[in-house]
Structure formats: structure tokens, C-alpha cells
Design a protein around this ligand. Structure first.
Ligand SMILES: Cc1ncc(COP(=O)(O)O)c(C=O)c1O
Length: 404
């Protein structure tokens, strides 16, 4: 079924566009009149506004969230012999940013309730497998003989990770922290004396995506790296223009990975709406919860809802439930005009392209079970109560129709 045929799509970007159409058109028109498309003043304005909104010093606009991650790893000089701790249950490019540089991902399983990289398991790994290298300055994985350099937590589905725990580990073991914030722009935690410390501003580098489906999405690809460390910010700014320190002078090989002015001008318009869009997503998640609670399906191992965490927001880029007979339910909902998605059907340690890492099925059971059970339901700020009721009614009808 094509997207147009779904009565209730998983995301309706047209509804969002209708609400800001004139501003967007004007913003694009301004760029067309200027004929300045790559980097420039608009990109600088957007970088500044994002950094101000997030409460950090530097924002560097790049071509995508995937490039943001790759550039972050390049800025930290990650390469062969290095290892990065990362969850296997995430989008592909969280991990390809590591392997593309010849470094090795070391997978840490997720917490089954939140789907986020488990900090306790991270701590156990560091305690049990790692020790100082020969000169005492390096942290070596005793089994793989790799230098552990970075912790890379992913604020998956829009939920802020327990960054206080990860930051404590990073300090204790002298590790860098790169945050994958692609799905969680606008999420925050109340930590370190701050009522709102945004996801992406805890670690050394925070990597954002402006892919159209994200909470802050452009009209094409786009991304950003943020940091409070000016030296790292400057490094990334150079790396995104082929590693050039000045025009046609290259100290190292970088990428061509720049945010373009049309994306920046659209994102400037949308950034003003981000807070209220996140709030509406949260309200819709709360409404799903109240509807599901009335169904009697919760707590019977039939449907499990997202688990809210104390002091950390979830901005619901996806509303992910765990369900029994997931694939049948998905088919049934499709047949009734309700679009759903599976984020993600195969964890990364089992992807064919990472077979060389030698992982087996069963090694990361929480990630594998999540892959078999999760289902993302429609969620977006313009989703109506009636649509949400229709989604839940259909799910009730499915489990009522057949024995769960
Ligand atoms: C968790 C996560 N990381 C990284 C990315 C990569 O972002 P982009 O699509 O902008 O390259 C995405 C986007 O889908 C994502 O969801």
C-alpha cells in the first residue's frame, strides 16, 4: 500500500507543511534570490540558533546525521586499533561511522524497558574486560587487544539516555563520549543542577540529523555536530570542507559535508516550532497510554508501552510498543489503512556486512528480542485523538479476533 493510501500514516509531513507553508516558501525564496547555496550567513545563523537553543558553544552544520557521526569520530582521531562502545539496536550509521574509519564497534546490549544502551552493562564490560595498556595511559580490551576510546550512546526513539551514568564512566575510564541525537532533538534531562540539559550537550560531541522525518527535519538531508570544546568545533568545521584550513590548503583529508543554505533557512523556521511540536508528541504519547490502559492488553505480555524515565524526557520521534505476534499485527493494521514500521528488524551485530566481527545470534538477547517484537505506531504533532482511538481500537480488534 503506498503511503497516500494509508488512512492513518505513521507520519504526515504534509499536515506540518500546511501549518508553516508561507514562512517556508518565503525562506526558500530568499535563498533563491541570493543564489548563495552552500554554507554562508543562513547556515551560520542556524548554527548559532541551534547552539543557543541547546545551551552549548558550537554548532557545525553538515550534510547529514550520518556524516555528523563520521566527522565526530574523525575529529577524535578514531581509527584502526581503536574501539567504540555502542548499542547493536540502533540505526545503521551509528555503527558504520566507526567501521568506516577502520575502528571496531564493541556492542553493549540495551535495557529491555527503554531500548537504550544499558549503562550497567557498559560498566560491567569496562570492569571485567578492560585494563590499562603498557604505558598506563590507554584502556585496553584484554580479549580483543583494542584501545577503548569512546562511548557512543544513542538517544533512541527520542528518549534521553542516562547520561549522568555514562559521563561518570567516561570520567572514571578517561573515555570520550559522542552522543547520537538523531532521533531526540529537543529531549533533555534535569541533571547537573540544570533544569534542562539537552541531549547532545553532555558528551564531547553531539550528533544531530535533520532528515525530514526527525523532530526537527529539513526538506532534504542535513545534520549538525555540537560541542562545548572550540578546538573540536574548529576541527569539524575544517573536516567538513575537505580538511582545508584555508582555501586549497589541506592539513588532512576530510569530507565534502556541508549544510546547504536552503536547509538552514527551512530549519530556522522550524526550530521556532520545535518545542511545541515536541510537547504535542508527548501529549499524543500520553493519550496512547491512557487509551491502552483501558484496553486490558497491557501487563498481559500482549502490549508493552514505552517506559518513561525519571528526570529524562522522551520526545517520541517514534512511539514504539512491544507486542506479541508483531508481524501479524502489522499486516492486519496495514490491511486496515494504518501504517506502522519496525525500528529495527535486525540488530547490527547480525547484519551481513558486520559478519567479520564474528558475532552470533543470542549474544545480545535484549536487542534481538526487541527486533522481534517492536512496532512503531503513528505519531506526529498533528495526529488527532480520533486517529489515535482508531489505531488502538484496531489493535484491540486484532487481539480480540484471535487468541493472544
Ligand atoms: C539513531 C540514528 N542515527 C543516525 C542517523 C543518521 O542520520 P541521517 O539519516 O541524517 O544520515 C539516523 C537517521 O535515520 C538515526 O535514526
Amino acid at each position: 500500500m503506498s503511503e497516500q493510501l494509508f488512512k492513518i500514516p505513521i507520519l504526515d509531513l504534509k499536515a506540518q507543511y500546511r501549518s508553516i507553508r508561507e514562512e517556508i516558501r518565503q525562506a526558500i525564496d530568499e535563498i533563491l534570490e541570493s543564489q548563495l547555496f552552500i554554507l554562508g550567513k543562513k547556515v551560520e545563523s542556524f548554527e548559532k540558533e541551534m547552539a543557543t537553543y541547546l545551551g552549548c558553544q558550537n554548532g557545525i552544520g553538515v550534510a547529514s546525521g550520518s556524516d555528523a557521526l563520521l566527522l565526530a569520530m574523525m575529529a577524535l582521531e578514531i581509527g584502526p586499533g581503536d574501539a567504540v562502545l555502542v548499542p547493536p539496536f540502533t540505526f545503521f550509521s551509528t555503527v558504520s561511522s566507526i567501521t568506516r574509519l577502520g575502528a571496531t564497534p564493541i556492542f553493549i546490549d540495551i535495557d529491555p524497558g527503554t531500548y537504550l544502551m544499558d549503562p550497567k552493562k557498559t560498566e560491567i564490560f569496562l570492569q571485567e574486560r578492560c585494563g590499562p595498556g603498557t604505558d598506563g595511559s590507554e584502556l585496553l580490551d584484554a580479549k580483543l587487544r583494542l584501545r577503548i576510546r569512546v562511548i557512543l550512546p544513542v538517544h533512541l526513539f527520542g528518549q534521553c539516555c542516562p547520561m549522568d551514568y555514562f559521563m561518570t564512566l567516561a570520567q572514571r575510564y578517561h573515555l570520550r563520549v559522542v552522543e547520537d541525537v538523531a532521533q531526540a532533538t529537543g529531549a533533555y534531562a534535569s541533571l547537573f543542577g540544570q533544569p534542562r540539559k539537552f541531549a547532545g550537550t553532555f558528551g564531547d560531541l553531539g550528533c544531530f540529523s535533520f532528515f525530514p522525518t526527525k523532530n526537527l527535519g529539513g526538506i532534504g538531508d542535513g545534520g549538525m555536530v555540537v560541542t562545548d570544546q572550540p578546538a573540536l568545533g574548529e576541527k569539524i568545521a575544517r573536516l567538513r570542507v575537505h580538511g582545508a584550513s584555508s582555501r586549497y590548503h589541506h592539513e588532512r583529508v576530510g569530507l565534502n559535508s556541508r549544510l546547504d543554505a536552503i536547509q538552514a533557512s527551512v530549519l530556522l523556521v522550524k526550530l521556532r516550532q520545535l518545542e511545541q511540536w515536541c510537547r504535542k508528541r508527548i501529549e499524543r504519547a500520553q493519550y496512547y497510554q491512557s487509551l491502552f490502559i483501558q484496553t486490558g492488553l497491557i501487563g498481559n505480555e500482549i502490549v508493552s508501552l514505552p517506559v518513561p524515565a525519571e528526570g529524562r524526557t522522551h520526545v517520541f520521534n517514534q512511539y514504539v510498543v512491544r507486542v506479541s505476534r508483531r508481524d501479524e499485527l502489522k499486516q492486519y493494521l496495514t490491511a486496515h489503512g494504518i501504517q506502522t514500521e519496525i525500528h529495527y528488524p535486525l540488530p547490527l551485530h547480525l547484519q551481513p556486512c558486520f559478519a567479520y566481527l564474528g558475532h552470533r545470534k543470542g549474544e545480545f538477547p535484549n536487542s534481538e528480542l526487541a527486533s522481534a517484537q517492536v512496532l512503531s505506531l503513528p505519531i506526529y504533532p498533528e495526529l488527532t485523538s480520533a486517529q489515535q482511538e482508531a489505531v488502538v481500537d484496531r489493535i484491540v480488534a486484532f487481539y480480540g479476533r484471535q487468541k493472544a
